[in-house]
Design a protein around this ligand. Structure first.
Ligand code: NAD
Ligand code: MG
Length: 395
């Protein structure tokens, strides 16, 4: 199988290359793509020898090309979003790991779906922004969409055989989406105003990129995942329950009409869902250690606190509203998280910005790509304007 890894320099990208390197007979790395980290992409190119490397920044691409030439490597270098979409659809690629962060991953993920590839979907934002379009593109293109997000991959594994993307599994009653609760699970409400980006990014169970780490801290990550679950598994939001499970051992569960609940368990290591999706329907070695249940000893479950973590409620409301509301929610969140990481916005300001944007959002159908892109643009612009004003800047 010839694999393209989009977002190869990130946390998911690095884990993907680790799994691929364990199976050189089975997989070849065809394309590596990232935003601008040419130094790390150079190392990855020298190690994995892809046919093509794509960077978004032209200057970084230039530097990569010259370093590759000096090293005598044959990898061709291209740059820009159009090159990425072309790679996603190219005949030389069988599977695309969609691991770019944010709505920036949408065009290449859509292109891979339309072209009928095996799409290993880590980029949850593309589903949140354009879920029905992406699911429809995959169906028409004959693509196989396999979720990489650990919860959705767990749900996928617990679903009955013959599952179709976007359609409910036979006999399924509910989905139980587990959440670690993030680094501020026990932080009192008054203390949340003073938390720093470093504290927000110090996740107790998972090592991830900075954007998703902040999303985990606000519980927006679980909100985005709720929307993701509804789209992937054809469920109404009311049938997806969020359960806080601090040990992050049960990665999610599916409840059937007969009262059975199936769960997928494992150590919190993204190489498990990555290997599952690469090998599916077979199983391949991932490098993940066996789970020692006796050492873990306990599995705790509790309800999420929507008062301290309003982002989850905002996401549920957007899931229920449907249309372009999830696209607006996601865009406002991306802007607010970037502002928090840059020290321009306090932690409680993140859900406040999103709520203000959604209050002004005029919902409409998300049937065309132009409509969701317009909602995304509108929400980003409004969120930026709010951040520049006095109302939320001090939040
Ligand atoms: P990260 O920040 O570590 O990596 C992001 C990658 O995307 C980098 O390689 C970066 O260069 C690339 N990138 C960013 N913008 C780009 C652009 N415009 N064009 C091309 N490449 C671009 O993020 P991550 O933690 O690896 O997460 C990636 C995605 O996977 C996110 O959507 C995240 O929500 C999802 N995800 C991550 C984890 C995890 O454990 N890290 C778990 C579940 C889901
Ligand atoms: Mg997840």
């Amino acid at each position: 199988m010839r694999v393209a890894v989009f977002g190869s320099t990130g946390s998911i990208g690095v884990s993907t290359l680790d799994v691929l390197a364990r199976h050189p007979q089975r997989y070849t790395v065809e394309v590596l793509a990232a935003a601008s980290n040419h130094a790390r992409l150079l190392e990855q190119c020298l190690r994995h020898r892809p046919r093509l490397a794509v960077l978004q920044s032209a200057a970084a691409a230039e530097r990569l090309a010259s370093s590759l030439r000096s090293a005598g490597a044959a990898t061709e270098v291209r740059c820009g979003a159009a090159a990425l979409e072309e790679c996603a659809a190219s005949d030389g690629v069988d599977a695309v790991m969609a691991a770019i962060v944010g709505a920036a991953g949408l065009p290449s993920t859509l292109a891979a779906a339309r072209a009928g590839k095996r799409v290993l979907l880590a980029n949850k934002e593309s589903l949140v922004v354009a879920g029905p379009l992406l699911v429809d593109a995959a169906r028409r293109g004959g693509a196989t969409l396999i979720p990489i997000d650990s919860e959705h991959n767990a749900i996928f594994q617990c679903m009955p055989p013959g599952l179709e993307t976007g359609r409910p599994g036979h006999g399924v009653q509910r989905v139980l989406l587990t959440a670690s609760g993030g680094p501020f699970l026990r932080t009192p409400a008054e203390a949340l105003a003073g938390v720093t980006p470093e504290q927000a990014c110090a996740h107790p169970r998972w090592r991830m990129g900075r954007k998703i780490s902040v999303d985990s801290a606000t519980l927006m990550n679980k909100g985005l995942e709720l929307i993701e679950a509804c789209l992937l598994f054809g469920m109404e939001p009311a049938r997806v329950e969020v359960v806080v499970h601090p040990q992050s051992i049960v990665h999610s569960m599916v409840e059937y009409v007969d009262g059975s609940i199936l769960a997928q368990l494992g150590n919190p290591d993204m190489r498990t869902p990555i290997a599952h999706a690469l090998g599916w329907p077979e199983r391949i070695v991932s490098g993940v250690q066996s789970l020692d249940l006796v050492a873990a000893a306990r599995l705790d479950f509790e309800a999420p606190d929507l008062a301290r973590f309003p982002a989850l409620g905002l996401a549920r409301a957007a899931a229920e509203a449907g249309g372009t509301a999830p696209a607006a929610l996601n865009a406002a969140n991306e802007v607010a998280v970037a502002a928090f990481l840059a020290g321009r916005l306090g932690f409680p300001g993140i859900p406040r910005v999103i709520e203000s944007v959604l209050e002004r959002h005029r919902n409409g159908p998300a049937a065309a790509l132009a409509a969701v892109l317009e909602a995304d643009r509108w929400a980003r612009e409004l969120a930026e304007t709010m951040l520049a004003g006095p109302a939320v800047a001090g939040a």
